[in-house]
Design a protein around this ligand. Structure first.
Ligand SMILES: NC(=O)c1ccc[n+]([C@@H]2O[C@H](COP(=O)([O-])OP(=O)(O)OC[C@H]3O[C@@H](n4cnc5c(N)ncnc54)[C@H](OP(=O)(O)O)[C@@H]3O)[C@@H](O)[C@H]2O)c1
Length: 312
């Protein structure tokens, strides 16, 4: 009896895996990016690494924005080796520090003539962090939302100068279940999931407001859920929970290259400009989550964010 149960479970898993593989969205667009500059945050690992690799294969000048020099250098070397594109470099930024983001943006503006695609991919989940950053922000909110908010705003002139250009914000399905409705709760901590889902909802609300502000500039913006992917996202979790989640992610969910497809689609697909401000999943537009259908919250979040990151 026990053997039959195990066999049934294994069969179900295999069927699910086959169904899952067949329904993964792939970016089939062969757009060439020679002459274009692409900046990818969190590009040394996971989805960000695969996205940067794809951009390099298309001939773009690729800048890997990473927080750790050794990991960044290693990723750069691997991408150059894999793609033969020598126009790949890295720059260091800690998205959890507003000062670091400002320094980084200053360097990009002074070194680069253009920026065609900005991909805000970096993200973190870490349990139990209750302290605030030096800027008075919750660390998960700082890395996943406030850092990218500031970075994007500081690079807007360069993006406008390079129009048509794009900004891609990697969010998550987790935003769908966020309880965030009051701006006063922006930096509170109840659980890791609570802060993480809030940060991802903020990525979506940010994209909606950004799209409105970018009307007739030639800069468009998209947000997306990459899927559930087997990456390093779990490395800071409790060992027991991490092992179970890693096992599930490995067997049941996407590989990093599959997880990068929707980001790549939003970055390069032709004729999607009319969908600026939209949410994508599996390379298709999906309906905005109910939690994100809150124009007042989106508007208020923008003003509050400007204040908290001290954007002039
Ligand atoms: N994996 C999933 O199932 C899933 C699902 C939905 C959404 N997402 C989103 O997809 C994005 C990429 O996730 P992933 O799964 O590829 O994760 P990952 O493998 O852990 O990669 C995250 C990247 O962000 C970087 N990063 C973290 N903190 C940073 C900081 N303070 N400053 C600069 N960079 C920092 C990491 O650098 P280090 O290597 O130095 O830590 C790493 O390169 C995230 O925004 C995540 O929220 C992932």
């Amino acid at each position: 009896m026990f053997v039959y149960i195990i066999i049934s479970i294994v069969c179900l898993l295999v069927i699910y895996k086959i169904y899952f593989k067949l329904t993964v969205g792939w970016c089939r667009c062969n757009v060439c990016l020679v002459g274009k500059t692409v900046l990818v945050t969190g590009a040394n690992n996971g989805i960000g690494y695969e996205t940067a690799c794809d951009m390099a294969k298309r001939g773009a000048k690729v800048i890997l924005a990473c927080r750790n020099e050794k990991r960044a250098k290693d990723a750069m070397r691997r991408i150059i080796e894999e793609t033969d594109n020598k126009n790949v470099s890295y720059k260091i930024v800690d998205l959890g520090s507003l000062e670091s983001v400002r320094e980084f943006a200053k360097e990009i503006i002074s070194c680069e003539d253009r920026l065609d695609i900005l991909i805000n991919n970096a993200g973190m989940q870490a349990p139990g962090i209750r302290h605030m950053t030096e800027d008075g922000l919750h660390p998960i909110m700082a890395v996943n939302y406030f850092g990218p908010f500031l970075l994007t705003n500081l690079l807007l002139d360069l993006l406008k100068k390079s129009a048509p250009s794009r900004i891609v914000n990697v969010a998550s399905f987790a935003a769908k279940s966020s309880k965030f409705t009051k701006l006063a709760d922006i930096n509170t901590f109840q659980s890791m999931y609570d802060v993480y889902s809030r940060s991802k909802l903020c990525n979506i609300l940010f994209t909606i407001s950004l799209h409105e502000k970018l009307q007739s500039t030639g800069v468009t913006t998209y947000t997306l859920h990459p899927g559930a992917i087997s990456t390093n996202m779990t490395h800071q979790m409790q060992p027991g929970f991490k092992n179970i989640l890693d096992f599930c992610l490995y067997w049941m969910f996407k590989t990093p290259i599959e997880g990068a497809q929707t980001t790549i689609h939003c970055a390069v697909a032709k004729n999607i400009e009319k969908y600026s401000g939209s949410l994508f999943s599996d390379c298709r537009i999906v309906e905005l989550y109910k939690t994100a259908k809150n124009p007042e919250l989106a508007k208020g979040l923008w003003s509050l964010s400007e204040k908290l990151v001290k954007l002039e």
